[in-house]
Design a protein around this ligand. Structure first.
Ligand code: FES
Length: 152
């Protein structure tokens, strides 16, 4: 909780900056746990229910731990037409998790997301900050391996 206090101090416990505080917590812990929200409430006096509303409204927050790498498979229309559901299935099979879940080793979280804004490259996948275009199901095992290797 010391880190949380530091984050709150960084924003001078200003209630106008609770989203920024929560974003810093999310970045630091890869999720926004209840204890952190309670701490922010205690120091900023912003009601806990409001923080929960923010945490559940914005997709960038997660109440449960996220993987080190977020795999975002675009399931927007252009990507859907070009086989995005099969790509989600391939990641799901390889990682043994469903969309929205995190692997037991905490390395990957799989998510289907709306249009990533580069439809001409469909189907697209983002892993962390890296964008992959024209992804095929056969590419999936190699992509996963690449990030597993980076961890070693
Ligand atoms: S629909 Fe996938 S990038 Fe637009």
């Amino acid at each position: 909780m010391q880190n949380i206090d530091k984050i709150i101090d960084k924003w001078n416990a200003d209630p106008d900056y609770v989203i920024e505080m929560m974003q810093d917590v999310q970045d630091e812990l890869r999720h926004t746990p209840r204890e952190a929200l309670e701490q922010i409430t205690k120091q900023t006096k912003v009601p806990l229910a409001r923080l929960y509303h923010i945490a559940t409204f914005y997709k960038s927050f997660s109440l449960t731990p996220r993987g080190e790498y977020e795999i975002q498979v675009c399931v927007g229309t252009a990507c859907h037409v070009k086989g995005a559901p099969l790509i989600v299935d391939a990641f799901s099979r390889e990682l043994k998790i469903k969309s929205g879940e995190t692997t037991a080793d905490g390395l990957f979280t799989l998510e289907g997301v709306r249009c990533l804004g580069c439809c001409s490259l469909a189907p697209v996948v983002m892993i962390g900050d890296d964008l992959y275009s024209n992804v095929k199901t056969v590419d999936v095992p190699e992509l996963i391996l690449k990030y597993r290797k980076e961890e070693k």
